[in-house]
Design a protein around this ligand. Structure first.
Ligand code: NAD
Length: 314
């Protein structure tokens, strides 16, 4: 029997509805509208689409949503100046600078300039360190989305073997921390990893975040494994049509896995959902508020133990 598809689109929609509910509550109880500022530099078509999607969902959820589009040749000083203004603006709770940045701009200087309490991407070393140390932190959105998707099909992760393919700062590394905190034994694989197919075959959960189309084949999977495909790759098929595919050979993997995420419609929508959740979380914690509706905001901002997400019903 083919694997069951994990419907990231529907799960993300439910998450966004919950966030919208929290935004309404913040407005009703405290007259606070969370503000999200998204900064885009240059004209990269993919980045442009991501930014539009983020802004659209932020608006629908009731946020104050602001977009700043800067030319590709903007100076680093000018960009840092804008970040300084957004840091100082109390109506802005979340600041996201869309990556990648043009080569003449130092990515780290920019990411480190963002006020860590507004760092809704969770990329600032302050938040990275706090996550690693098991302290409350703003955590990168894609790893939160991945753990959420896994939680929809297996509630107790304790003791499970997970292979995470890819060790980037935005996906693989934080995911390793979250899953480790949830009791998993995590193998962090990368380009240099030897015997990846064998290691992958031993895993209960395989997460592919390498940016390599079709890397994970059917025979890389143990029967019944859970497969989460983070990869987004643009390929041209035999008819010359461009399409998006993941890092997993979907048809083959579906024959072996128990659950699998599609691309598109799997992890991608969850990333946007958690951007909104992180912004609510930042708004709540920056202002020292409590929504008084249970642990939802805490789960947005304190997910160092993935089990907290479950307690929160996320
Ligand atoms: P990255 O390029 O920063 O890192 C890639 C990692 O994968 C590296 O650690 C590299 O060693 C490893 N890798 C590459 N090829 C490999 C191979 N053949 N075997 C084993 N390991 C290999 O990547 P990233 O920014 O984390 O993105 C990874 C993929 O996830 C990309 O396709 C990206 O578009 C996608 N992505 C999706 C979302 C989403 O919301 N769905 C978010 C972020 C990234």
């Amino acid at each position: 029997m083919d694997a069951v598809k994990i419907d990231g689109k529907a799960i993300a929609e439910a998450l966004r509805d919950r966030v919208a509910g929290d935004v309404a509550l913040l407005q009703a109880k405290f007259n606070v509208t969370p503000g999200l500022a998204v900064v885009l530099i240059g004209n990269d078509p993919a980045s442009s689409v991501y930014v539009k999607t983020k802004a659209k969902h932020a608006q629908t959820a009731g946020f104050k949503s602001q977009q700043f589009r800067l030319p590709g040749d903007v100076s680093e000083a000018e960009l840092l100046g804008l970040i300084g203004e957004l840091n100082a603006d109390n109506s802005i709770d979340g600041i996201l600078v869309q990556l990648p940045l043009p080569r003449h701009i130092d990515r780290w200087r920019v990411l480190e300039a963002i006020d860590p309490t507004k760092d809704v991407d969770g990329f600032h070393p302050y938040n990275v360190g706090r996550l690693a140390a098991g302290r409350p932190a703003l955590v990168p959105c894609t790893p939160l989305g991945v753990v959420h998707l896994i939680r929809t099909v297996v509630s107790d992760l304790s003791g499970l073997d997970v292979v995470v393919i890819g060790r980037s700062n935005i996906v693989g590394k934080p995911l390793g921390v979250l899953l480790g905190d949830a009791g998993c034994t995590v193998t962090g694989a990368q380009l240099e990893t030897r015997n990846l197919a064998r290691r992958s075959r031993e895993a209960d959960i395989v997460i592919a975040a390498a940016g390599c189309a079709g890397l994970v084949r059917g025979d890389w999977l143990k029967p019944g494994a859970i497969v989460i495909d983070v990869g987004i790759n643009r390929v041209v098929d035999s008819t010359g049509t461009a399409k998006l595919v993941g890092d997993v050979s979907f048809a083959e993997a579906s024959k072996r896995a128990s659950y699998i995420t599609p691309v598109p419609g799997g992890v991608g929508p969850m990333t946007v959902g958690y951007l909104l959740a992180n912004t609510v979380s930042a708004a709540v914690s920056r202002r020292g508020l409590s929504l008084g509706v249970g642990p939802r905001p805490a789960a947005y901002s304190h997910p160092t133990s993935a089990s907290k997400l479950v307690q929160a019903g996320l």
